[in-house]
Structure formats: C-alpha cells, structure tokens
Design a protein. Structure first.
Length: 490
C-alpha cells in the first residue's frame, strides 16, 4: 500500500568559509601562526606581504574581485552539500596540540633539543643485570619489570603474571617463584619502594631502608599495624595504642611524610619538558585606562599572489581558449578563491577575538584595574554573547583556549567566568569570590581542630554569604581541599 506524506525538516548548513573561521577562532596564538604558515606552503596563490610589500595590493585585490565575477556559474564550486561534521570531527587531533612553544623573530634555531636518556624500565633492567640469576629467572624478572607502571607500582596480582608467563613467554613457573623475585630482587632496586603492590607496601619498603630510630620504628608500626587508622588521622587512638605522646607521634608522622608515595615519578620527572604558555592577549593599564592588544607579531601579512592574478588576466585576454587552458585556469581560480577566503577569515578572526576580549575586559574592568579577585563579577558566556551580538559558541571558542597577560599574571580567559550567588545585602557575587574566602578561612583554621563543613557554613553566613552546607562541600572539593578529619594535624 502506497502512502504519501509531507514532512518539514529544518537544517542548518555552514559554508566552508564559516567553518574555516570557526576553526581559526578556536586556535591559540602559536597554533594559529603554524596554521598560517601551512596555508602559505600549501596554497601558491597566497603570498607573504611582510616579506615583499606590494603597494598596489589594494588595487590588485579589487581587480581580482572584478575578474572573479567574469566566470560562468558552471565554474563555481557547489558547497550546498558540505557537512560540518566532516570538518569538525572529534576523531582528528588538531595540529595545535602538537605545538607548544613560541619564539622571537631573531631566533634562528626553532627546535627544542633535549637529551634522550634511558627509560624507567631500562633503568630497572640495568640493575637487574647486577644480580646472579638463571636465564629463566632473568626472563621472569624482566617480565615483572615490564608490568610496573609509571608510578613504580606492580599492580597486577601474582597469579595473573604466572598465567601470562605461561601463555605469552612459554615459561611455566610458580606464584612463589614470581613473588620471591619481586620481593628479594625488584623491591630492593633503586628508587626505593619500586615494585610495591600498594601504597602501604611502598611506604614500608622505604621505612625498612632508613636508619632505625625510635621515630622510624613507630612509623613502621603505624603503617604495618594501623594503616587504616593512620590514614583516617585517628591520632588519639594511635597514641593510646602505642603509648606515645604528641612529640613521638609527630616525629613518626614526619618520617612518613618524607617518604615518596610514587617512587617511579622521581625518575621520570627530570625528563619532563615544561610547556610554555604563549598569551593571546595582553592588557596594560595606562593612566588608569585599560589597553588591549592581540598577540600577532609572528603572523605574516597575507596577500593574493600577483602572479596568479596575472594568469587569470592573461586567460581573459586570450581569444582561442583550449581545454587545457580552461582546466588550468579552473585550478588557478580555485586556489585564488581559497586564498581570498583565508585572508578574509584571518581578518575576521582578529576582529572576533578583539571584539570578544574587549567586551570581557570592560565587563571585568574593576578586576583588571586592581587585580583583586573579589572584584570579579559573576559572568557567564551569555553575558558576553548578548553584549557583542555573537553566538555563545563563538564566545566559548575564544574563552576556552586563549590566555591573557595582565599586570597580575597570565591565566586562561575561561577562568574569569563564574556563576553568581546573592549575599545578605541582595547583591550578586561571583562564586570565585566565595571560594577565595573559603580558602582563606580554611588556611587560618586551627589544624588541631579543623573546621567542619557545618562550621564553615556558619562562618560564611556570618560574613554575609548564606550558602548551604552541600554547596560548601562542593566548593571545597573543587578547590581540592580534603574534609576536616584529613586536615587534622598534631
């Protein structure tokens, strides 16, 4: 049976130019510089105006605009079927994630040389070679080392290691043999604590390797016999159990605090490369006024290639046009179109970034003038979106990936955005202000009797911020501050 239906479907499709602009807007400065360089290399119709300034650029551009209208509709690229998902796929790794450093114009060598040392596992294996082991024992020990993670822990259980050795290495051994190699060889390696199966064992290995003083002996008892009570800071119970006074317990805790909970990190941390942040905006204070600038010193000025524009002019004047000439001129026109689109997108990116950041700067003027975080006003993406007449997603692209340098430091723009709460006087205050006050209250508390969330709620209420206890708990967790019991000291 045939059935006829009429369905209305609303679809929004973006042009390649709009897609290109959105992708450029979300790029931070260093990635944008690299993107421009890539476009210069890939598109021969694009030239670097800063290296060879062309005084007739304006006229040349106008001439190109006029020429581009002389071609028929059959030469225009159809973009109606372009799907935005093909351009903004989450599966693709943006190039900007692989670029982290910026350089001055007079830097010649723009690579970052670093020495490639041995890996953590190679470091452990080299120590294994100093032991007298049979060929099979060496293979088993080497297999165990391969299962140690970056923190220095061997988190897999012994039985699974025995099974894997049988299936993958064709080595049949017992759990006792594997545990013997782990405890008597691997756990004696440097860094001390490597090969531990959990935090408790890791701390005990390190304590056993220290000079045995009264404080170390008490620390060993705390970890081996009362680990749960120790982690929960039940200090009064521990002092009663081990007949220790405040000073003795404090000395034992001090020994434990000097241990390394992640021994593997002590090896790898020295080879880490520190990421350099390149600010996208700079805000200066000049005679009480704010001045905003966009970092674009390494971005070349772009122009349409005069050679490619001349090709179109030559083709236009040719009377007998061959098929090969038509195909060639179509290639030239596509490259010129692409170049013109890119130049326009670069300019629109600049305008969008400055327009958006200027609105944010004016909104948070008091903060940028004083640097006082309590002056930060509650601000959400819609506040800026409404001010500049742009979509919320555009504001989000600017805020989420851009840094601004101020007289008070460099930070991510999105950190300025926060929700609002109303104080006792009916004024809207930023949640950042409340978190800062919460941090200050906790920093000044008596660590022998840390403030509970209920007590913190009362204190903030007295300061004029009527906040629920669960909200205090949420802010405390966001600030990575533990509960009162875990903040306790003796």
């Amino acid at each position: 049976m045939l059935k006829q239906e009429l369905n209305l479907k609303l679809q929004q499709k973006l042009s390649p130019q709009q897609i290109q602009l959105m992708k450029l807007v979300q790029l931070p400065t260093v990635a944008f510089e690299q993107r421009v360089k890539e476009e210069l290399e890939e598109n021969p119709a694009l030239d670097d105006q800063s290296s060879e300034y062309d005084e007739d650029y304006g006229g040349e551009q106008e001439e190109w605009d006029n020429q581009s209208d002389d071609f028929g509709d059959e030469q225009v690229i159809d973009t109606s079927d372009i799907n935005i998902d093909d351009y903004l796929s989450d599966d693709d790794i943006p190039n900007y994630k692989t670029y982290t450093n910026n350089y001055s114009d007079d830097d010649e060598d723009k690579s970052v040389p670093y020495a490639q040392g041995e890996s953590f596992i190679e470091f452990l294996t080299s120590q294994l070679n100093t032991n007298r082991l049979t060929s099979e024992q060496f293979q088993i020990a080497e297999f165990i080392l391969g299962n140690i993670d970056d923190d220095g822990y061997m988190r897999r259980d012994i039985k699974s290691l025995v099974d894997d050795l049988a299936f993958s290495q064709n080595i049949y051994t017992s759990p006792e043999e594997v545990e013997n190699l782990l405890i008597n060889y691997i756990q004696r390696m440097d860094p001390v604590g490597v090969g531990a199966r959990d935090l408790q064992e890791c701390l005990l290995i390190q304590l056993e390797n220290k000079n045995q003083t009264e404080a170390v002996e008490l620390a060993e008892k705390l970890i081996s016999e009362s680990f749960d009570a120790f982690t929960k800071k039940h200090y009064s119970k521990l002092m009663a159990k081990y007949d220790a006074d405040d000073d003795e317990l404090r000395d034992a805790i001090s020994e434990i605090e000097r241990l390394n909970p992640k021994p593997g990190k002590s090896f790898s941390s020295s080879s880490k490369i520190v990421e350099q942040i390149t600010p996208d905006f700079t805000i200066h204070i000049n005679d009480g006024d704010l001045e905003l600038s966009l970092n674009g010193r390494n971005v070349p000025e772009l122009k349409i290639s005069s050679a490619f524009a001349e090709m179109l002019d030559t083709y236009k004047k040719t009377e007998n046009k061959s098929n090969q000439q038509k195909e060639a001129v179509m290639f030239v026109k596509q490259k010129l179109d692409s170049a013109k689109w890119f130049i326009d997108a670069v300019q629109q990116r600049r305008n969008t970034l400055l327009y958006t950041m200027e609105a944010i700067m004016k909104f948070q003027k008091e903060y940028f003038l004083t640097g006082d975080e309590t002056k930060i006003k509650p601000m959400i993406l819609k506040d800026i979106s409404d001010r500049i007449g742009m979509d919320i997603s555009t504001v989000s692209r600017v805020a989420n990936s851009k840094y601004v340098t101020t007289p008070y430091g460099t930070f991510l723009i999105k950190d300025l955005f926060s929700e609002s709460l109303t104080n006792d006087e009916g004024e809207e205050v930023s949640t950042r202000e409340i978190k800062r006050i919460l941090q200050d209250v906790i920093a000044d508390e008596d660590k022998r009797k840390p403030l509970t969330d209920e007590k913190l709620t009362e204190i903030l209420k007295e300061k004029g911020y009527p906040i629920a206890r669960r909200t205090i708990a949420k802010y405390r967790e966001q600030l990575n501050i533990p509960v009162a019991r875990l903040r306790k000291e003796i």
